[in-house]
Design a protein around this ligand. Sequence first.
Ligand code: HEM
Length: 270
Amino acid sequence: MLNAALRDYFPDEDYRFYLRVGQMPPADFFKPTAAHAQLIAERKQNLREHGERCLASVPGAEPLLCETLALAREWGTIPPDAEAGSEICRTLGESWEVDFLLLKPDERGEARLLGGCVCFPSSWALEEKVGHPLPFIHEAVPGLNAALQSPITTFLKRLRPGIAFTRWNWGLSRHAQLNQHPALNLAKLAPPLRLDDVWLRLEDQALVALLQSGGVLFGIRIWVVPLAQVKADAETARRLHRALRTMPDEVARYKNLLATRGELLRLLEP
Ligand code: HEM
């Protein structure tokens, strides 16, 4: 189940980047859902076939991984018999339905990505991001650093333990599949388009402070919804239409929506 009603993922405003967050118990974000068996099977297959794309860690990640494993146990979100040994990252990645990243402030105070497991990326590559600070990671997103770099840094420093601070991103894709790693070279949205060719990709995200290691756990849960389902709710369709219509061209290009924006708008019209 989505963290919110579908229409709430699209504020009734012109497009802009949001930091806006909610809160929930961490156990609720990371706990298994009805799709557990299927998601875990897909994660394990990805990890078997492309472990080098899904798993990454750099020196310094170990204390964050240990603390995350301890929390996962405390929250009851991984099987009690999950033996981690020296492969904590893989164990968590095979036990949780969600992807996760671990960050810690560097000497300049910027959150640096130290590791994680990403089996279901939305067109980005963990191997290109690991070891880098968040502003570098967000460089690919036109205007994001200018708009939110400083609020994001402040927000991450102020996280309180025991609470998952939630936010979300959304995108549109030609594919329903969860794993959209760039190396798969999946076909992009291109004209002509029918309603059934388009999928909404929602990313529920949770940020949790790691008290002992001084790090941050960042969880990402992907939901895929047919555009036809969006259109079936007139209010949701109207809000997505507004976001698309008012999105700056450079952001639409980044989100692979520039060439199809006109068609997408037409598809969403009543
Ligand atoms: C906490 C506040 C944060 C905000 C407001 C934020 C916002 C965003 C936005 C708006 C995008 C563009 C997504 C799209 O519209 O398609 C994005 C992309 C991304 N963000 Fe964040 N983000 C946050 C935290 C993080 C954290 C903690 C990480 C952890 C590493 C992260 C990693 C990424 C990555 C990997 C991308 C994709 C970049 C690419 O396409 O190359 N973000 N973020």
